[in-house]
Design a protein. Structure first.
Length: 277
């Protein structure tokens, strides 16, 4: 089944919402190439003796078209950083901007709309909707936005489905899929609308090496050919070596902000961080 066959039945009326005018609130404009940034970001969980500082004064800019890998030991704050930068979780203190807009100042409705239009997110735990089949999950961002994909978007989604090897699983529910297949659905969903920025939390964690390379190729193409920004958490030095930039986190801080590195250099640096714990 081609994706187009399902569109007309799958969608209700097209209702183009309008993004609020965020221009006056921007301190970064799209022209300076910053798509997401945080300053003095702190995230604390709990209070008193059991408090955990998951993020400890992080200042960081993600630039247009850049493919950034985020690495660090388990518990170093990678997922927390991605969730807060994507507007999915609130900071304890500090500033968080998406496309120059201070999202801490937005109400829930405006934040949801901004996120829906600009951000794709691949969750570490996939977060697929169990009642929807594969195609329904991939098309969910359009459904939530109350619109149908354009002809060009349909062609792109068809390509994603083929490249991610999901063609013969389109009408399966998540519970009928393997972990790696669910992960590929989550990736297709995050890329379907070609959002300005894609946050992917260990997107190759459950994939075999061939499928993993396919996913890394898709993410590289998204940044090189389509100018999308990619922030990808990974524990895999080979996956991180696909990125233009690598951020290393330890104990909630950025301990190194590097350009492209070879897998061996990445592995050596990770070992040095882990040795200090
Ligand atoms: N809801 C929560 N309540 C309390 N502590 C939390 C919560 N979520 C995360 N933490 C703590 O914050 C720290 C950072 O967690 P986070 O999930 O960001 O780590 P991570 O780098 O993504 O790790 P992993 O590689 O294992 O996915 C950890 O010490 C974790 O225990
Ligand atoms: Mg994590």
């Amino acid at each position: 089944m081609r994706v187009s066959d399902r569109f007309d039945s799958a969608f209700s009326a097209v209702s183009w919402g309008r993004l609020p005018n965020f221009g006056c609130m921007a301190s970064h404009t799209p022209a300076d190439g910053v798509v997401a940034d945080v300053s003095d970001l702190v995230k604390r969980y709990g209070a008193g003796a059991t408090a955990v500082t998951a993020l400890d004064e992080i200042t960081l800019e993600l630039r247009r078209g850049e493919f950034t890998a985020i690495m660090g030991p388990s518990g170093s704050g990678k997922s927390t950083l991605m969730h807060i930068m994507a507007g999915l979780d609130a900071a304890s203190s500090g500033t968080v901007r998406l496309g120059g807009v201070d999202i801490t100042a937005l109400d829930d409705g405006d934040l949801t709309e901004l996120r829906r239009r600009r951000v794709g997110f691949v969750f570490q735990s996939f977060n697929l909707l169990p009642i929807l089949d594969v195609l329904g999950n991939v098309l969910l961002p359009f459904e939530l936005d109350g619109r149908k994909p354009s002809a060009e978007e349909r062609a792109w989604i068809d390509r994603l489905i083929d490249q991610l090897g999901l063609r013969n699983r389109l009408d399966h529910r998540p519970s009928q899929l393997s972990g790696g297949q669910q992960q590929r659905v989550a990736i297709a969903r995050a890329l379907a609308t070609r959002p300005e920025i894609v946050f992917a939390d260990e997107p190759t964690g459950n994939l075999d090496s061939r499928t993993g390379r396919e996913v890394l190729g898709l993410l590289s193409d998204a940044s090189r050919q389509h100018g999308q920004s990619i922030a990808m958490v990974t524990h895999d030095p080979v996956a991180a070596s696909f990125a233009d930039r690598i951020l290393f986190l330890a104990d909630g801080r950025i301990v190194r902000d590097s350009g492209r590195l070879q897998p061996e250099e990445i592995a050596t640096f990770m070992l040095s961080i882990e040795a200090q714990r």
